[in-house]
Design a protein around this ligand. Sequence first.
Ligand code: SAM
Length: 291
Amino acid sequence: MNKDIATPQHTKTILNKFNFKFKKSLGQNFLIDQNILNKIVDSAKVTSKSGVIEIGPGIGALTEHLAKRAQKVVAFEIDQRLIPILNETLQDYSNVKIIHSDVLEANVDQVIKDELDEVEDLVVVANLPYYVTTPIIMKLLTEKLPIRSIVVMIQKEVAERMAAQPGTKDYGSLSIAVQYYAKPKTEVKVPKTVFVPQPNVDSSVISLNLREAAPVEVKDEDFFFKVVRSSFAQRRKTLLNNLQNNLFTKEQKPQIEAALEEIEIDGRRRGESLSIEEFAILSNKLLVLQK
Ligand code: SAM
């Protein structure tokens, strides 16, 4: 049962054997293409010294490929119905540990300490459930986990927003949130035909290589992200209007204007034109106006 789970025929056999019905609400689109699986594992640069955290193993398509190359794989799966299936499909891989849990609820740091303490290199690799892509990635980025890289299959448009540069239509608070913690790189675009069932959207594999230190000096991270979100609240409005309407008050307009003038950022610009460095300077400057 353990060889090449991810062929169309073998996947069908496994699903039939266990009478498994897909749950759309859990983002269940399973991979049935060996080439894509190899590309994902290659992109993640998994070696025999790597520990891998997988999110959502499904019936084990990607897990199997990871298990063949990594020292150890720990996979979080929310769907109880998949646990007995995984126990069978992955029975020959002693380096795989399945944890039945919602990854958003899990104490990932503790799991790393308990299960992956001995690995030299730690990566997250997953074909993510699309309904919770952003919360999962933000959890992994912000919890300051000892991971080198997050390599994930996600919706193509979301990957484009994560990697977007200033001045483009895709650039927004998600681009800045991700790029503050990591360097994104789109690895490969993926057609719908490699999944069963086929999703309604196109996909990309993106790698997020975690930074050792933030790329800019920010005095207050919470406030920095508030400034960023406020600046994009209404994309067609100017920076000054967005800040005044969403973060401060009308009465504070003169002070915001003075602050912008001092740091030489034109308040008539739109949020989408500001670089991450400019947002850092802006938030450091506006911090004293915070109520
Ligand atoms: N890795 C498999 C593959 O590539 O064929 C399955 C990928 S499928 C897109 C997403 C998987 O994530 C499903 O198995 C689903 O049950 C699981 N899942 C959904 N939400 C989850 C969550 N919050 N925590 C852990 N697993 C989750």
